[in-house]
Design a protein around this ligand. Sequence first.
Ligand code: TRP
Ligand code: ZN
Length: 864
Amino acid sequence: MIDVQTAPAQPTVTRREAYSAPEWLVPDIHLDFDLDPAETRVKARLSVKRNGAHTDPLRLDGAGQQPLSVMIDGVAVNDWRLDGETLVIPLSGAAHTIETEVAIAPDRNTQLMGLYASGGNLCTQCEAEGFRRITYFPDRPDVLSRYAVRMTADKARFPVLLANGDPIAQGDADGGKHWAEWNDPYPKPCYLFALVAGDLAVNRGTFTTRSGREVALGIWVRAADLPKTDHALDALKTSMAWDERVYGREYDLDVFNIVAVDDFNFGAMENKGLNIFNSRYILADPDTATDYDYDAIAAVVAHEYFHNWSGNRVTCRDWFQLSLKEGFTVYRDQSFSADQGSAAVKRIEDVRGLRAAQFPEDSGPLAHPVRPESYIEISNFYTATIYNKGAELIRMMATILGPTKFRAATDLYFNRFDGTAATCEDFVACMEEAGDVDLSQFRLWYSQAGTPRVSASLDHRDGGGRATLRLAQHVPPTPGQDVKAPMVLPLKVRLFGAETGKPLTEEQLIQLDSAAETVTFEGIAERPVLSINRGFSAPVVIESDRSAADLAFLSANDDDPFARYEAMQQLMLDTLVAATIEGRADHKAVIEAVSNTIEDPELDWAFVAEAVLLPSESFIGDQLSTVDPDAIFRAREALRRDLGRSLADLWRLAYDQAPKGPYTYSPDAKGKRRLRAVALGYIAASGADDAATLAFRQFEAADNMTDRQAALTTLANGTSDEREAALDIFYNRYATNPLVLDKWFQTQALSSRDDTPAIVAELARHPDFTLANPNRARSLVGAFGVNQRAFNAADGAGYRFLADQLIALDKLNPQTAAKLLPPLGRWRRFDEARAALMRAELDRIVRTPGLSKDLFEQASKSLE
Ligand code: TRP
Ligand code: ZN
C-alpha cells in the first residue's frame, strides 16, 4: 500500500518488550549555557557510572547538533564516533567524567522542542525527547541525575534567568552580560530539565506547606499580561493545599515558578520547580477569557502541579509507561476540579470529552492500548487514550478499592517508588497489595485496545418479584488485536420502580468479568427500570433495550445526576439516529423530557444547560455504520428547531435569568451564563425574528468574554447582517491579543454555515493566520477538522485543505502537524466516495519528500 521508495528512510520502531536497563548511569550533570538566540553554547559535564558488568561504550543521544569537543576525565579525546546522531565514546573504567560542548540555534528552532525562542524570550521543552537537541545525553526517563545549571546571557535582553530547583547565586559578567546558577537537589530524568531566559514580570505569592516549609511562588509573564495572572496563582495555591489534604503530598522545594509562553506544542509542562505553560492556560481576565477558559486554567495548573509527585518524584521507566504519570495525573486533576464546583457537571464534561476524542481513536486506525507495545515517534502517543482512558483506568481501580484502600494504595505507591522510575505494573501491584484485591484480569485494560460494548437487558415477571439482568460484553477488534478476552467492567447499577418512581434496590457494583452473566434481584414488586453504568463507572458503550418512555423516566427520576444526563442523551441519540436513518422524526419524547428538565426546581443551572444539549454531530455519527454528515446535520437541526419552537417560552425565561451585576466567577453565575448561552442557541434555532438582534445586543452589552463569545458563536452560525458586524468588531477590539484572535478563527472554523469550507480556506490566507504558532494552527486547522459536516464536504475540499496545511506545517513543526491528522484517518466510517478522497490525501501526505517520522507514522497507519 505504501510505496517504500518514496517513504522516508525506514523509520525505526521502538518496542516495549525490548526494554533493557541503561548501560551507563549519570548521577550528576553540570550544564553551562552561554545563551544567545542565534547561537547558544552548551557545555555539559557528566559524571557517568557503568551499570552492571559489561564492556559497552557510552552512548549519548543527540539531535541536530555536532560535538565541538569531547573530554574524558579532563583530557580532550578523538576516539569518539557518531552512530547516526548518537555520540559513542569508548570508556575503560567503571566511572568517568565526560565533557562535551555543542552550539545550537534557538531562533531557528521552529519545532519548539529543545531550546527555542518565543516572543523574544528563550525557553525549553524536553519531554519526551527534546533534551537531546540541547546536549548529548542518555535521553531516556530511567536515567536520573542531579542537575547544576549555570546560565550567562545579555542582561538587558534577558534580565530574568530561571532553571529547575533552587537559585544558588547570580552576578554580573563582562560585555553587558549576567549569570545565574540553579541547583535541583532531586534526581530527575532529563525530560524534566528546563530553563527560561527573558524579559518577564512576576506575580509572586507564598504557600506554607503543612510541615511548615514556606514556598515562594512566581508566575512569570510579559509585563502587560501581569493583571491576568491572579486566577492561575489562586489555582496553584488551591492545588497545593488539595494535594496535601487528599493525597498527603507536600511540595518539596523552596521555590515554584511558572512561565507562560505563546508558542507551545501542548498545554503545559511539569518541569521540576519550573513549569512552562502555553499562555492560554495562564492568562485570564473577564474581558478576554471565558468561564470555560477559567476552568481549564485551574485544571491545567493543578495537573502540572500534581505531576510533582505523579511524574517527577515517581517517574516513568520508559515511554510505554506514559499513562503511569498521565492517566493518574488526569484522574487527580479531574477529582480536584470536581471538588471545586459541581462534581456532576465535571463528570459530564469529562465523559463528553472522552466520547469526542478517545472513543473515535479507540475505534479507528490509530487505536492503541493504554500501555502501547510499539511506536515510531513517541510524541504521537500523547493521546486521549494515554491521558483520558488512562484516567478512567485509575478511576475504576479507585471504585473497586473504595476511598480508604485507594488512598492506602497511592501512599504505598508514592513511598515505595519515590525517587525511582516505575511502571504501570508497579502501580497496579500497589493497588492489589493495599487494596487486598486480585487485579490480574483487570490488567487487560492496559494491554487491550478498543472500547468494550455491553449489552444489558432487564426481565421482570409480574408477581414473581424477581428481576433478571442479562449482561454480555464484547471488545471490538483493533489494529494488531483481532481477538479479545473478556475484561473486568465495574458497573454501578440500580433499579427504580416504573409506577412509584422510587428506588427498588440500593446501588450495586457489578463487576462483569465474563463474556455473559446474569444477575438476579429479588423482591421487585413493580416493573423495574434499569439505571446502569451510573457515574460512568466503566468507560464502555452500553447497549440496552430501554424504551423512550423508560429513558424519559430516568431523566426525570434517577438519583444519580450523571445517569439522569445519560438517559436524556440516550433518548436524544435514539431519536436522532432514527431520524438520520429513516428520515422518521418523532420529537415528542425528547421535547417533553427537555421541558421537564428545564422546569425541575431541584436542578442547578449548569446541570440543566448540559442536560438539554443535543449530542454532537460526530457522536451521532459514531452510532451509525456509515456516517452521512449531511443527513446527521439535517436531523439534528430539525430537532433543534422543533425544541426551539415548542419550548420557546421556557428558553426566553432561561435566557432572562442572566446573572445580575458585574462579572463574577462563581458557580451560580457560571451556571446562569451557560444556560443562557444554550437558550440563545435554541432561540436562534427556532428561527425567531429577533434572534440576531438579541444575540447582537448580548454581544455589545457583554462585560465578559463568556457572554460575548456565546453571542458571536450564535451569530457566526447564521446569515444575518449582524454576523459580519460582530466579527469585525470582535476582530478590531482584540487585534493585538493572540489568544482572543484564536477564538475569532476557531468560532468561524466551527460554524454550521453551508459555506464554512470556503470561509476557512479564506481565513488561511488572512494576515493574522500563521502555521508557526501552534495555538493559531489548531484554532483554524484543528477546529475545522472536527467540524464534521464542513470537513467532510462531498467534493473533498475539506480533505484537500487539511492535507495542504499538514504538509506545510510538517516542515515547521512535525509534532503539531501529526496531532492534527486523525480526522483524515476516519475514512472507513464514511461512504466509498468520501473514503477514496480521504485516502488520496493520506497517500499524497505519505509520498511527500522529506516527511517527518511524526507525520509519516500517523498517515501511514491511517491508510492501513
Ligand atoms: N507532560 C505534559 C503534560 O502535562 C505534556 C507535554 C507538554 C508534552 N509538552 C509536551 C508532551 C511536548 C510531548 C511533547 O501533559
Ligand atoms: Zn501531564
